[in-house]
Unconditional design. Sequence first.
Length: 360
Amino acid sequence: MRILITGGCGYIGSALVPLLIHSQDVSHLSVFDNLSRGSPRNLLGSGLDTTQNIAFIRGDVRQYGEAEAAMRDIDTVIHLAAITGAASTHDRRDETLAVNADGTENVLQAAGKLGVSNVVLASSCNVYGRAPTTDIDETTAPDPLNPYAESKLTSEQLLKDAAEEYGFDGTALRMSTNYGLSPGIRFNLVVNHFVFRAITDRPLTVYGDGNNWRPFIHVRDAARAYAHASRHPNSWPSTIYNVGQQTQNFQIEEIAEAVRDTLDSTLDITYLRDAHPGPSYHVNFDRLSETTFECEYTLTDGISELATAFDQSSPVQWLLQTHPRPMIHFTSPLLARPDLSAHELCIDSNRRTHLGHLLH
């Protein structure tokens, strides 16, 4: 199996790459990323070595030619590339739709043209908005409240249409809110943000009354779900799946309390008035249970693991340790430049670089 991951240097991608490259049925893995948020350095912390058949390709899903070139000789695509951070997309609507919707259309058209057999799309439970029920399943009418959710809903329809037109397997995973440790860690996610504040002895600030519901999932479980859907498409016969577990639907104030109770019972939880409380959705995962995939990690696992990583050193030192500035050697015509990061060295959008060049 030859797999392409778009957006593979990001938070989930850097947890997904080692799962796939160590799978016996994966003969080759390509990572396609424009490095707007991630970096090949995130893959350096994934336990990879120079003997593994993995390539890094710098490119942008908004450019059809770059997406098609990256997809040659690929049979499975995991499409993660997207602008994330739902609330922030109100201020960058056009860019969000261009990357998340138009970019998805490019990926799907290229997949159809080149005969890709399976496309797994990263979607989000954020499409449900402020649902009135506490038992939301895949048949519940979406109510997107931000450009990010709109773009994901559009992408799902594009996937359905392309799968029907081209005949490939297409699966959209409506992912729960991620948390937990990965080489490409994000701190604008509520669990990770609260743990960081707790470790640095700052109060946990909840916007609004804290009663908004969200389903949560450990980033490694999210990665496991993408890996499973890509490697076992017959186990995912439906087009859309909510991905998470029933026991990890939490209100935001419950997340703050869990972080406090796990790490420091003296931490203050403060509430700030919020005129726009945002989405709230309590999600049902019965359809997911029909596949052979199950989540393994709990919220407490994620909180404790993050805290342990921070406690090994100061938060700033920890960030430097997990995002190293490696000594990088490229073959001619690029010169070895130890003063430059991997991000700065990967400057040619048409250059296909074996990850071994980043790991020597």
